[in-house]
Design a protein around this ligand. Structure first.
Ligand SMILES: [Zn+2]
Length: 262
């Protein structure tokens, strides 16, 4: 596995691109960081996770061919995760005839829908449920516990025969996260540096408890709130790395993680 600092990746390799690393209202809606979620290629499939505000523009700037995206994984219906979902869906179906998939919780599809009905016809829509395994060709997607957040929220482990990564979306900390989300690479939405009573979000500080139970090959922090950004997430990640003897990285916008040789 390599972290690439430039666009010099070879096409076709399994990789993850961060289309944004902002989380929470201030850093997203002032666009202190970008907020387009995560694009990945794994097991022959290409997906976008949580396309927040600006996802389409950032994807195009990263030279991503949207008509080759197979699916979208939407963890929950908050705007910093879903604001661009309709634009992304439309861009995926402009050309080509591949089968497209949308994974989303019922709260985002039925109760207070964020996906336009006219956009749904060309997609296979799969409702996210906890502890459920899905397979799209060689890509396996396994949901875990329902997260402790203000609306039904799901993360997943994404796996091929060669690599795996976990995406831990917005949630309060429980030890079950470290039991469930076991993968080579763990990506975690840490809005805060330290726990903030009254907010149902993870903090970087929670990662000490997580890493006592499970150490991935690399832990990537993302989805940073304004307060955390003011504390320099890369320094916080470095401190966690040193204290836990784990490779911990604070993601940056347009960061590419190329999965190989794990
Ligand atoms: Zn949220």
């Amino acid at each position: 596995m390599r972290i690439l600092k430039d666009r010099n990746f070879k096409n076709g390799k399994d990789k993850i691109i961060f289309l944004g690393t902002a989380g929470g209202r201030f850093s997203v809606f002032y666009q202190i960081r970008k907020s387009g979620g995560i694009w990945f290629h794994l097991g022959g499939k290409t997906f976008v996770i949580d396309p927040g505000p600006g996802a389409l523009v950032t994807a195009l700037k990263n030279k991503i061919n949207m008509s080759k995206v197979d699916g979208i994984f939407l963890s929950h219906r908050h705007l910093d995760h879903c604001a661009d979902i309709n634009s992304i869906m439309e861009s995926m179906v402009i050309s080509g005839k591949r089968t497209r998939y949308l994974f989303a919780p019922s709260a985002a599809l039925d109760e207070d829908p964020v996906v336009l009905h006219y956009n749904r016809d060309k997609f296979n829509i799969l409702y996210l449920k906890e502890y459920t395994d899905y397979a799209i060709g060689d890509l396996k997607i396994s949901t875990k516990l329902t997260h402790l957040h203000t609306t039904p929220t799901f993360g997943a482990v994404f796996k091929s025969d060669s690599y795996s990564f976990a995406y831990i979306a917005d949630t309060l900390y429980t030890d079950q996260l470290a039991i469930d989300y076991r993968a080579d690479v763990v990506i975690v939405n840490t809005v805060f540096k330290n726990q903030m009573p009254g907010y149902m979000h993870l903090s970087a500080n929670d990662m000490y408890k997580f890493l006592e139970i499970f150490k991935p090959k690399i832990l990537i922090l993302t989805h940073f709130g304004m307060g955390f950004l003011n504390e320099s997430p890369h320094l916080v990640a470095k401190e966690i790395s040193q204290k836990t003897n784990t490779n911990v990285i604070a993601a940056w916008d347009n960061m590419i993680v190329e999965l190989e040789n794990i």
